[in-house]
Design a protein around this ligand. Structure first.
Ligand SMILES: NC(=O)c1ccc[n+]([C@@H]2O[C@H](COP(=O)([O-])OP(=O)(O)OC[C@H]3O[C@@H](n4cnc5c(N)ncnc54)[C@H](OP(=O)(O)O)[C@@H]3O)[C@@H](O)[C@H]2O)c1
Length: 340
């Protein structure tokens, strides 16, 4: 016997990717329901070789369903996730709404799988921010060996991290640059994104950081270790899919770059591509559709004690969202629900 699964936000970037990944990983699904807003009632989405028709989230009854994978943004999640949880259908949520609630586990299965048992307090599990997910997969095995003191990270985040509207804005604006009569001013982003970079993601906080940067700090602490200091600069770049990160790490103990490379080669969810030659590293277009988080440019940082630099690239719709959510569902199934 398998699971009765609900995908909430099935017409969105993350929702569609969740359906692809459930099919690719042959998740034991007995029945699947796909939900979106009333606007897209009846829209067809693919699940393996099947075509499914979306239903209205507002009128859906979660009773009798096992797991709901939510990818609808915080506002809709606030209304509908508690309904699912109260009906006994465990929520795995992609929005930021529940990530910092001490009674809700925030899980990256490669890092803190043991946290899954905390799901029962509220019947909800949170999925981290896309930039955090790929970074902690790389940090955790290094932390286990040499204890991380501080991380300085700069991100290069693709427009798909801002949903369907982000993708459309880059596409339309890029075309309009060549056709000046068809001006496409910034709408989803705060400045022109075509042929530009924008050092601003999510809202500004009082101290001058942005919420996206704050999320990387708070989530790394919750997932790996509260003692790790993180400082981040998050930047939107004109790439459709795939987030990149330049990560500088300071450890308690010395960690040689060759040993770090070996540790990462063995670590779950990581693929090391690190040749010191033209093209011997991964760029975002190459990671699209992949499950792995790719690590390149591993090198000692001799300007600080026990320092290391690396380059980290992953498909933000996969490890940053849909894949991690499906991995959590697999973990919940294996450790708790035990069907399939
Ligand atoms: N993209 C990423 O890299 C990423 C990474 C981590 C987390 N997330 C999070 O995942 C969530 C979804 O992101 P996305 O990129 O997939 O966004 P998206 O492409 O804009 O899709 C949004 C989805 O939510 C549905 N929706 C919105 N409001 C709704 C409502 N009131 N009732 C029912 N359905 C509603 C939309 O349905 P309609 O088609 O009917 O409008 C659509 O299916 C967000 O919370 C986002 O922060 C995204």
């Amino acid at each position: 016997m398998g699971y009765r699964i609900v995908v909430v936000g099935a017409t969105g970037n993350v929702g569609r990717e969740m359906l692809n990944i459930l099919a690719e990983r042959q998740f034991p699904v007995d029945e699947i329901a796909v939900l979106a807003s009333r606007r897209s009632l009846g829209t067809e989405v693919s699940f393996g070789d099947k075509t499914l028709t979306t239903q209205d989230l507002d009128t859906f009854d979660f009773t009798g369903w096992d797991i709901a994978l939510f990818a609808v943004g915080s506002e809709a999640t606030k209304i509908y996730a508690p309904k699912s949880a109260a009906a006994g259908c465990v929520v795995i949520d992609n929005s930021s709404l529940y990530r910092y609630d001490p009674d809700i586990p925030l899980i990256v299965p490669e890092c803190n799988p043991e946290a899954v048992h905390g799901y029962s307090k509220k019947n909800i599990i949170a999925n981290p921010n896309c930039s955090t997910a790929q970074m902690v997969v790389a940090l955790k095995p290094l932390h286990d060996r040499a204890k991380i003191k501080r991380v300085v990270v700069s991100t290069y985040q693709s427009v798909s991290g801002a949903g369907k509207e982000g993708i459309d804005e880059l596409w339309d604006q890029t075309k309009s640059i060549y056709n000046p009569t068809d001006d496409k001013p910034a709408k989803k982003f705060t400045k022109q994104i075509a042929f530009n970079v924008i050092p601003h993601i999510d809202v500004f906080m009082e101290d001058g950081t942005t919420k996206e940067e704050w999320k990387m700090v708070a989530e790394t602490k919750k997932i790996i270790d509260t003692s790790i200091k993180v400082t981040a600069t998050c930047v939107r770049v004109p790439v459709f899919v795939g987030h990149s990160e330049a990560v500088n790490i300071e450890f308690e103990d010395f960690l040689d770059e060759d040993e770090a490379r070996d540790i990462l080669r063995e670590a779950p969810g990581i693929m090391v591509i690190d040749k010191r030659e033209d093209g011997g590293y991964v760029s975002p277009v190459e990671c699209v559709g992949d499950f792995a988080t790719f690590i390149s440019r591993i090198r000692q940082d001799s300007t600080v004690e026990n320092g290391l630099n690396l380059w980290c690239v992953s498909d933000n719709l996969r490890k940053g969202a849909a894949l991690n959510a499906v991995q959590i569902a697999e973990l919940l199934g294996r450790e708790v629900l035990k069907k399939g």
